[in-house]
Design a binder for this molecule. Structure first.
Ligand SMILES: [Zn+2]
Length: 59
């Protein structure tokens, strides 16, 4: 339960993203549609998966 998140602790080696809308799964360098501003859009349903390049966000 008590698991403090260290700032210098890599969560994932590469970072896999999941689309909350359709469940599409791909890595950060996957088939996501990159929009200016660091936004990644799902190629399947067009939903915004990542609104900004923020790391360390609790899922
Ligand atoms: Zn999707």
């Amino acid at each position: 339960m008590s698991r403090p998140e260290s700032p210098s602790r890599p969560a994932r080696p590469k970072g896999t993203l999941f689309c909350p809308t359709c469940g599409h799964e791909s890595g950060l360098d996957g088939d996501w549609i990159a929009v200016e501003g660091g936004t990644l859009v799902c190629p399947d349903c067009g939903a915004v998966v990542v609104a900004q390049p923020t790391f360390g966000v609790p899922a």
